[in-house]
Design a binder for this molecule. Structure first.
Ligand SMILES: *[C@@H]1O[C@H](CO)[C@@H](O)[C@H](O)[C@H]1NC(C)=O
Ligand SMILES: *[C@@H]1O[C@H](CO)[C@@H](O)[C@H](O)[C@H]1NC(C)=O
Ligand SMILES: *[C@@H]1O[C@H](CO)[C@@H](O)[C@H](O)[C@H]1NC(C)=O
Ligand SMILES: *[C@@H]1O[C@H](CO)[C@@H](O)[C@H](O)[C@H]1NC(C)=O
Length: 427
């Protein structure tokens, strides 16, 4: 009998190659952009030289953090943690393939990024969100600096842009009574309901342990408090790229919004940063301002993830598939909300011990493509020597969701059908 199977040794060789390949590089996410350092689309060379002389542009102080994709634009935020950040909200064109390291273009323009201008400028922007009504939601923290160097130059403000006209259509200052000692807000979720007017936005306060809810229709905000917003005191040890440090005070941080389940509700999933646990709450609760002080039993505690699964950013697509960054593992994790929240239904969709060091944001676009930014943030913030600008530090990866989850435990459910069956947690 003639065997049509390759010899076992061939299998071993292939397996070996596969293992090497997986250890060295992402195998599903494709690298689209890579930068050693961030440059900007200055008007001309004089503009750039002036910016460098006046210390308005110091290349090595620029760390890209948040991304968002809308049509052919990828938005990229750069927080003003140090001096020399010329613009905090920027974009690049996805259809311009001239460079793999394109300069960032300030959005909507240079003037709107002016530091310390509390009326028409922006100071520090972290994660940004485009909604299905072609609006871009941008929280300006009003700050300059980080940790004990932070100066509050302007109040926290919610800035909403019309993406078709590139005009700011709203600026809402978060009332002072909703901002607490130590408030630090870096994540934004936008919940469009029955119409574009029926929209709410949720902002997690990592260091003062609250959740601010903003109603677009009422142009008003309120603040939830809850014990689930606090860090797990036993989950404050981090080791990333060989660097060990403590982030033990970091509470509620990454959030993602579910599609509408058959009960008619959407759920906001969240996790404190110093924690391996996931929580959830119906948006019907968050949208109800009478609930702010009396909602203990409305929040749901889900299972713990595996150890060392701290996450700072996550997203859920229209089919209920959640992706989350696994900052201790240089990886992106996945959970399909058709299944119970349990580690046996979680998986790693991609990992790369070079390219995915600190995946800082993960987003899904309207065509169900997944985008990931990685930026070595832990080295930038914690390593005495900082980053090495002779090598690639910042990368943007892309893969269709279908390709990313193919053959994994997340690859279940009826593609194309949006009729959800609530997972057993909610039955
Ligand atoms: C740029 O690259 C993308 C992805 O490879 C492709 O879809 C697009 O058509 C390209 N654009 C141009 C102008 O070549
Ligand atoms: C500020 O924090 C840094 C590091 O977190 C520390 O080295 C420095 O001593 C602190 N400065 C003050 C004035 O507390
Ligand atoms: C954190 O790490 C230190 C040093 O490895 C260890 O001694 C300590 O027990 C750890 N703490 C927790 C809560 O795991
Ligand atoms: C809002 O919450 C209050 C207090 O729990 C409750 O009485 C009221 O019915 C809720 N409103 C809606 C619209 O669910």
């Amino acid at each position: 009998m003639i065997s049509i199977l390759p010899k076992a040794s061939t299998f071993r060789a292939l397996w070996f190659l596969l293992v090497i390949y997986q250890v060295q590089a992402t195998y599903r996410l494709q690298e689209r952009y890579a930068w050693n350092y961030i440059d900007y689309a200055f008007n001309d060379i004089n503009h750039k030289v002036q910016a460098q002389i006046t210390r308005n542009y110091i290349p090595e102080n620029n760390l890209p953090v948040g991304i968002e994709v809308w049509n052919d634009k990828m938005f990229i935020s750069v927080p003003r943690w140090k001096e020399g950040i010329p613009a905090t909200l920027n974009y690049i064109s996805l259809t311009d393939n001239n460079s793999k390291s394109p300069p960032l273009i300030p959005y909507p323009d240079w003037k709107s990024n002016e530091l310390g201008n509390c009326n028409t400028g922006m100071n520090t922007v972290y994660r940004i969100k485009a909604d299905e009504c072609n609006r871009l939601w941008v929280l300006d923290t009003g700050t300059y600096g980080i940790g004990n160097t932070t100066q509050q130059l302007c109040p926290y403000s919610i800035n909403v842009f019309n993406l078709r006209t590139n005009q700011r259509i709203r600026r809402f200052e978060i009332p002072a009574e909703l901002i607490k000692e130590g408030t630090f807000i870096a994540n934004t979720v936008v919940d469009v309901g029955k119409s574009c007017d029926d929209t709410f936005a949720y902002f997690s306060d990592e260091l003062a342990y609250g959740m601010i809810v903003y109603s677009w229709a009422e142009n008003r905000a309120w603040r939830f408090k809850h014990g689930y917003f606090f860090p797990d005191p036993l989950a404050g040890n981090f080791t990333i790229d060989g660097l060990t440090f403590n982030w033990d005070e970091e509470g509620v941080f990454g959030m993602s919004l579910s599609p509408r389940y058959v009960t008619g509700e959407k759920y906001l999933y969240f996790s404190p940063l110093a924690s391996n646990r996931e929580f959830a709450v119906s948006t019907n609760v968050l949208r109800n301002s009478s609930k702010v002080d009396d909602s203990y039993n409305d929040f749901i505690a889900l299972e713990n993830r595996a150890p060392n699964s701290h996450t700072t950013a996550r997203v859920m697509d229209d089919y209920g598939v959640q992706l989350f960054n696994l900052i201790d593992q240089n990886a992106i994790g996945c959970w399909n909300s058709l299944l119970p929240y349990h580690p046996k239904y979680h998986c790693v969709v991609d990992r790369d011990d070079v390219g995915l060091i600190f995946p800082s944001d993960v987003k899904v676009d309207a065509h169900r493509n997944v985008w990931v930014m990685s930026d070595r943030m832990s080295n930038f913030l914690q390593a005495p020597e900082g980053l090495n600008y002779n090598e690639v530090n910042f990368r943007v990866y892309m893969a269709p969701m279908k390709v990313l989850i193919q053959g994994t435990v997340c690859d279940v459910g009826l593609e194309g059908s949006r009729s959800y069956h609530v997972n057993e947690l909610f039955e």
